[in-house]
Design a protein around this ligand. Structure first.
Ligand SMILES: [Zn+2]
Length: 433
């Protein structure tokens, strides 16, 4: 079987002889031991946190699974204690605003080498979807050095593929003109923004765009179906987060889940409540360990995202692990009945399936009222779908044994609203205050 570009790269980076899981896992385990030794020596946080761990005792992944998780709040509290190099060797610091009332931020540090590894992953990962005949537009932030757009542009330029970092989508007409003028064939962006764009500028979309890569948020099935059938366009998804160095895994042409960046990252899926590693095929929380990070390695970091490993092998025949598309953040939900939840992804599938809708926001109020604010293409559209949406959300609530009331309200889409929609989150006032 011919290796995919991503596989070829991983084989060469890991130096494994046989292209088998056993060899790759042997590489990963030996890297894990090295990383533990490294962080215990250089990171103030891990030298304390892992003081009772001896890497020589780790003889299997089972042994590794006994190590405590690294939680996001530890980074919030001790971010610079995670550092394994002097501050002057840091090329990029990303400050992540976190939700909640504490107001503290998470700082993630990268050295020049760390950024280079991400560029390498993007180079081979993007090869799964684009070639020299494509021109790519990136609707993600890219102005600053080492930002996701900047790294993606570097990667594509190195493999002679034209790439324009446009920034976040705000002026849709302008973006459509840009696509026409530059003969763009591929969009990289955020799911709801790209969906919105495709609904408002469908002619441009139809005439130009052949491939899309979506990242940073849950990708609704309804979006994939609509864009694929309307525009004969292939929709790829990518999984990653800043903490893992942006890139984590990307779909191949079979579009059957992400193939993982297994030379740089070791992934586990764990039961979100008990913390135990679950069987392949079972859903759980994604946990990762960095294998090659220099500035700020992370050991068994809990992402808060839900997914599972596929049991069936991918049509491309890869020996890499395949993870099903992430179902989004575990916490992005609200309780409707006794331990019954409605997740943002449930609402996405329902609400975004109406082509009139361009965006929405959800607040669950203290008096058990679900307020859904809907932004539509044209104001009159709102009255067409208001009742249907109210009824179907009520149905969803009662199917989950809940008795919350539902109110559908009109949302005027302003620039401010758009910006607040990048990290989409259900606001449960009963929980968040
Ligand atoms: Zn594949």
């Amino acid at each position: 079987m011919k290796l995919t570009p991503l596989e070829t790269w991983i084989v060469s980076e890991t130096g494994i002889k046989e292209k088998t899981r056993a060899d790759l896992e042997e590489y990963q385990l030996s890297k894990i031991k090295k990383v533990i030794k490294y962080v215990k020596k250089y990171s103030e946080f891990y030298s304390e946190y892992l003081k009772d761990i001896d890497e020589a005792d780790i003889k299997s992944f089972k042994d590794f699974q006994k190590i405590s998780f690294t939680l996001p709040e530890y980074i919030r509290e001790f971010s610079n204690k995670f550092l394994c190099v002097p501050q002057r060797e840091i090329s990029r610091i990303v400050t992540l605003k976190t939700s909640g009332t504490s107001g503290e931020e998470k700082r993630i540090y990268f050295t020049e080498n760390d950024l280079k590894l991400t560029v390498e992953f993007f180079k081979y990962g993007m090869r799964s979807l684009v070639n020299e005949n494509d021109r790519v537009i990136v609707f993600l932030p890219g102005n600053s050095y080492g930002s996701i757009g900047d790294l993606l542009k570097k990667a594509l330029n190195e493999i002679n593929i034209g790439c324009y970092v446009y920034g976040m989508l705000s002026d849709l007409k302008d973006a459509a003109e840009f696509i026409k003028n530059k003969k763009i064939t591929c969009i990289v962006g955020i799911p709801t923004q790209v969906l919105h764009f495709s609904r408002m500028e469908s002619e441009t979309f139809k005439n130009n765009i052949r491939k899309i890569l979506l990242s940073t948020d849950y990708v609704p099935e309804t979006l994939i179906t609509e864009i694929t059938s309307k525009f004969q366009c292939k929709v790829f998804t990518h999984y990653g987060m800043t903490e893992m160095g942006y890139g984590g895994g990307v779909e191949c042409e079979a579009l059957n889940g992400y193939h993982m960046r297994e030379n740089d990252l070791y992934f586990e899926i764990v039961d979100p409540y008990k913390g135990e590693v679950v069987k392949d095929g079972e859903y759980g929380e994604i946990v990762f360990t960095t294998l090659t990070r220099e500035g700020m390695p992370l050991i068994r970091y809990r992402t808060g995202d839900l997914a599972r490993f596929n049991i069936d092998s991918c049509a491309c025949g890869t020996f890499l692990k395949t993870m099903s598309r992430s179902l989004g953040r575990i916490e992005n939900r609200f309780e409707v009945g006794d331990s019954e939840f409605i997740y943002m992804r449930d609402l996405d599938e329902l609400i975004l399936s109406y082509e009139e809708v361009i965006n929405y926001k959800v607040y669950v109020q203290e008096e058990n009222l679900i307020c859904v604010y809907i932004a539509v293409k044209k104001e009159e559209d709102f009255y067409k779908i208001k009742q249907i949406l109210e009824d179907s959300i009520k149905e969803l609530v009662s199917a989950n044994k809940g008795n919350l009331d539902v109110s559908i309200r009109y949302l005027k889409e302003t620039a401010q609203v758009k910006n607040s929609m990048v990290k989409r989150k259900i606001c449960d006032c009963r929980r968040d205050g």
